[in-house]
Ligand binder design. Sequence first.
Ligand SMILES: NC(=O)c1ccc[n+]([C@@H]2O[C@H](COP(=O)([O-])OP(=O)(O)OC[C@H]3O[C@@H](n4cnc5c(N)ncnc54)[C@H](O)[C@@H]3O)[C@@H](O)[C@H]2O)c1
Ligand SMILES: O=c1ccn([C@@H]2O[C@H](COP(=O)(O)OP(=O)(O)O[C@H]3O[C@H](CO)[C@@H](O)[C@H](O)[C@H]3O)[C@@H](O)[C@H]2O)c(=O)[nH]1
Length: 435
Amino acid sequence: MNVSIVGSGYVGTTVAACLADLGHEVVTIDIDKDIVNAVNDGESPIHEPGLDDLVAEHGGGRLRASTDYEDIRDTELTMLALPTPSNDDGSIDLQFMEAGAASVGEALAGAERSADDPHLVVTKSTVVPNTTKDRLAPRIADAGLERGTDFLVASNPEFQREGTAVADFLNPDKLVFGTDDDRATDLLYELYAPLREAADGDVPVVETGIAEAEMIKYANNTFLATKVSLINDIGNICKEFGVDAYEVADAIGLDDRIGEQFLRSGVGWGGSCFPKDTDAIIAAAREQGYDPAVLSAAVELNDAQPERLLSLLDTHADVSGKRIAVLGLAFKPGTDDIRNTRAVPVIEGLQERGADIVAYDPVATENMRERYPDIQYADSAATALGGASGAVVVTDWDEFAALDAEFDDMADPIVVDGRRVIERREGITYEGLTW
Ligand SMILES: NC(=O)c1ccc[n+]([C@@H]2O[C@H](COP(=O)([O-])OP(=O)(O)OC[C@H]3O[C@@H](n4cnc5c(N)ncnc54)[C@H](O)[C@@H]3O)[C@@H](O)[C@H]2O)c1
Ligand SMILES: O=c1ccn([C@@H]2O[C@H](COP(=O)(O)OP(=O)(O)O[C@H]3O[C@H](CO)[C@@H](O)[C@H](O)[C@H]3O)[C@@H](O)[C@H]2O)c(=O)[nH]1
């Protein structure tokens, strides 16, 4: 198939490269010339394991990028993979989606199409229920097009995680096709046919309505975020009793109804999705007159975990004027993404306490330096720990688990672990956040 993807960021580039690898002809449209040039030169514009190879193989060939929306005219369907950030009140900001939809409409309006061959516009981005129908379809139609005749709309949310995005896209737990027209459903089946054939096992397809598909994405993300907040709540109770929350989690995870994943308690959830999506669906629900109590509590608890981590440090040392190591800056291991990382409230809490911060991350240092140019950055965990009067662990990078003799070089070996990566050992004062 000929496919276009508007927005060549984390999702757009990953989906485009994977679809090209599966045999489709794909063009991504982005307003950022550097991204467009990178893709055409076979270079991945983002840090994502496995993506470099795919873009190197297909970039400039079956995978092209362009700044020109008119390139979507030669394609059968267009996916919108544009940002959906938060407004100040947490509600979804649809300005990029509406601008993209309007540009798609203008490009399609200038194309020659037969009435029995409408272009399918698919919402890949995460949007609150009814956005595609009420906010995006009208922007496309503004160019003088008629929905159902000139174009169709659908929702096909994406469940890939950063750090494992390529593998997640190619082997999804499910595909969700939100449509209200059989022609749209057929096109989505055609698009995903090579993926379903190549996938490791059966890939179930959920055929549903457009708004249901949009809501499934929020239900998925908020369920997982709340699961982590719940295990953090339980973990905080465990800490009060001197009980190991990880032994408790391992045991309850054996119950199929609970499941073993997303039971790692600690300093909380961050990233480009959980925080903004939870805020967006809470704001959307409130606009409808419903206040989601459990989701609000999940956010509140998540916001409090970094301060709990620092309070534990306070019980061992007054950090004012002391060198404190922050190990891990990315919101999770495997990525250089610092969007909504828990490292930010930890750094700000340490700054409020007057600590002299030295931070280390294997790949996210440069991104954090742009945000906090005034703190010190070390080029290794060993350098960060050397002479420090305390250390906090924020990201569960594997390399932190191997640290050992490095603690001997601390001025005062106090380690407060927010991710359970460091083993308790002789010679250090160790506090786990929930164990
Ligand atoms: N990042 C993830 O892992 C992930 C996973 C699932 C779903 N999502 C959702 O997918 C959507 C996109 O997220 P992302 O992380 O890929 O965003 P991103 O910021 O990485 O990428 C968006 C891209 O859109 C481009 N852009 C902005 N305005 C444009 C316009 N008018 N026309 C063309 N291009 C334009 C930007 O230059 C950027 O390259 C969001 O709704 C997000 O919630 C993200
Ligand atoms: O047991 C756990 C699991 C995760 N986390 C934290 O939760 C956050 C999110 O982690 P993860 O879900 O692995 O990463 P994302 O890349 O943000 O992926 C989520 O957000 C994406 C964007 O919507 C979705 O597509 C994915 O399905 C969804 O898992 C990170 O800060 C993790 O440290 C924990 O604290 N404990």
